[in-house]
Write a protein that binds this ligand. Structure first.
Ligand SMILES: [Zn+2]
Ligand SMILES: [Zn+2]
Length: 181
């Protein structure tokens, strides 16, 4: 008797990663495009992608002064507090708040390793597990030992903080057939 399933079925972590990747198709930011999904007990609570807040001009239309001046030395790699773009993880948390979904004890999957700011917000919102597709090195990104140590201390607060999936499979045309250019 053949017990092979009729089609391949992703495990739950891969399923959530695929949802985060789908959410990312809606991202509108001149910087890196990111998608995220918050889940609890194996069910989706909310999704998010990065871009400007409701009713504000899109980042790609010049809506974010910081993103549109990435080559300005004063703004490059810093001035995060004046970036009007909301990160994917923040949007997933805020969408959960907007619709009254409890994030305490929930998990988050992002297409990119979460930044310092998103980590502290996820911690404060009660997220316990974090998965991400694309890793990056805080030592390279921050170049400051105290910040690198603080990032490490933040991530250590999560029961799980782990890379998931194969970044090499994330090709430019992942959803190309569905998304008109
Ligand atoms: Zn932006
Ligand atoms: Zn972030």
């Amino acid at each position: 008797m053949n017990t092979t399933p009729p089609h391949p079925r992703p495990d739950k972590n891969t399923y959530f990663l695929l949802i985060a990747l789908a959410a990312r198709t809606r991202a509108d930011c001149l910087g890196r495009r990111v998608g995220a999904v918050i889940t609890r007990e194996g069910r989706v609570l909310s999704t998010g992608y990065n871009g400007t807040p409701f009713g504000m001009p899109n980042c790609s239309e010049g809506g974010c002064h910081r993103c549109s001046r990435r080559d300005d030395d004063r703004l490059r790699g810093g001035a995060y507090d004046v970036c009007i773009c909301v990160h994917a993880e923040q949007n997933a948390l805020l969408t959960a708040a907007r619709f009254g979904q409890q994030t305490l004890g929930a998990s988050l999957t992002s297409t990119t390793q979460p930044c310092f700011g998103c980590l502290k917000e996820m911690l404060q919102a009660g997220i316990t597990e974090v998965h991400y597709l694309h890793p990056w090195d805080p030592a390279e990104a921050y170049g400051d030992q105290a910040l690198v140590a603080q990032y490490a201390a933040l991530r250590a607060r999560f029961a799980t903080f782990a890379q998931v999936g194969d970044p090499a499979l994330d090709t430019a045309d992942l959803f190309g057939a569905f998304v008109k250019r």
